[in-house]
Write a protein that binds this ligand. Structure first.
Ligand SMILES: NC(=O)c1ccc[n+]([C@@H]2O[C@H](COP(=O)([O-])OP(=O)(O)OC[C@H]3O[C@@H](n4cnc5c(N)ncnc54)[C@H](O)[C@@H]3O)[C@@H](O)[C@H]2O)c1
Length: 298
């Protein structure tokens, strides 16, 4: 895979395409001359995203998809093939999150977050990788994890665990693909905080998985912390999309848009290698740590 990936005229499928990174991937793909299949659980914002991409001059269809549901992801793949005949680039990007102490996270929190973040990615791989392998042409899968897949900050346990699963799933996918194909590969996107709709993920929680109990103090504090962190992110979704397409072009696996976090990743790895008890990833950010403690106590 030494030749750069060619985007022009190829087909991209994006989940979580109606907002944030997904929408930025769509704009970048359209600018590169790709044909697009946009998928999201939110039909209204999905329609607006498809319209915007068409106005940009690209071919695009929208397929309302809940990535938690294997049958809906199969139907998405079928719709892509019916529309354009092939799929060359898949972004398993849809994601949601909850916060608060682990023991206060409800069974519904686990089911929802793992349903979208883990099973959504698994469904995408299961539905699309066989199509890509059968095509025998250059194709690529990008799975959106997070720095929360490389670190375990406090009060984000359900999200951390889901993103660690995406990291492991995608590293394994890389090896599996390499064992059978010279033309199909994958990348792992691990961004830190970027201003998108992620801090307002509750908007897409299905009614049957809404919590009956009001949020606990730790959940309220984690929510406040997330709102602030996401708002203060310096990179834009466009910056993340650009870095991602550069990595796909060059067949690079790890996409770390915020290299500053590597110091914390290294500390974590040193903890494991030296059997030292886990270092709090926020210890390198004392101001964030102090704020988190103050929020949780107030
Ligand atoms: N923004 C950040 O700071 C940040 C950092 C690291 C990782 N991420 C990850 O980036 C990805 C994209 O999130 P974003 O930040 O653009 O947030 P966002 O909320 O702006 O976009 C997420 C999109 O996913 C859609 N979605 C939610 N549930 C879905 C489902 N069941 N099926 C299909 N679509 C669904 C939403 O409707 C929304 O359009 C997520 O996986 C998120 O965990 C975000």
């Amino acid at each position: 895979m030494s030749d750069p990936f060619q985007f022009e005229g190829r087909v991209a499928v994006i989940t979580g395409a109606a907002s944030g990174f997904g929408r930025a991937f769509a704009q970048q793909a359209a600018a590169l001359g790709m044909k697009l299949v946009l998928a999201d659980v939110d039909a209204a914002t999905l329609d607006a995203a498809v319209q915007a991409i068409r106005e940009q001059g690209a071919q695009a269809i929208g397929v309302r998809t809940d990535v938690r549901d294997p049958a809906q992801v199969d139907a998405l793949a079928q719709a892509a093939i019916e529309a354009y005949g092939k799929v060359h680039l898949l972004f398993n990007n849809a994601g949601v999150g909850t916060g608060g102490f682990l023991w206060e996270s409800s069974a519904k929190d686990w089911e929802w977050v793992f349903g979208v973040n883990v099973m959504g990615v698994a469904n995408g791989v299961r539905s699309f990788a066989p199509i890509m392998l059968k095509q025998g042409e250059r194709a690529h899968i990008v799975n959106t994890a997070s720095v929360a897949g490389l670190l375990s900050p406090p009060a984000m346990g359900v999200y951390n665990a889901s993103k660690h699963a995406v990291v492991s799933l995608t590293e394994t996918l890389y090896h599996d693909l390499k064992n059978v194909s010279d033309v199909v590969s994958c990348s792992l996107l691990c961004p830190a905080f970027v201003p998108t709709g992620i801090a307002n993920a509750e908007r897409s929680r299905p009614d049957d998985l809404r919590n009956d109990a009001p949020p606990t103090r730790s959940q309220q504090a984690a929510d406040l912390q997330l709102q602030r962190a996401v708002r203060s992110g310096r990179l834009t979704p466009d910056d993340v999309a650009k870095a991602t397409f550069d990595a796909v072009r060059d067949a690079r696996f790890y996409i770390l848009t915020h290299p500053g976090i590597l110091a914390s990743v290294k500390l974590r790895h040193e903890d494991i290698e030296t059997l030292r008890n886990p270092t709090d990833p926020l210890s390198l950010k004392p101001e964030v740590k102090a704020e988190a403690k103050a929020n949780a106590a107030s």
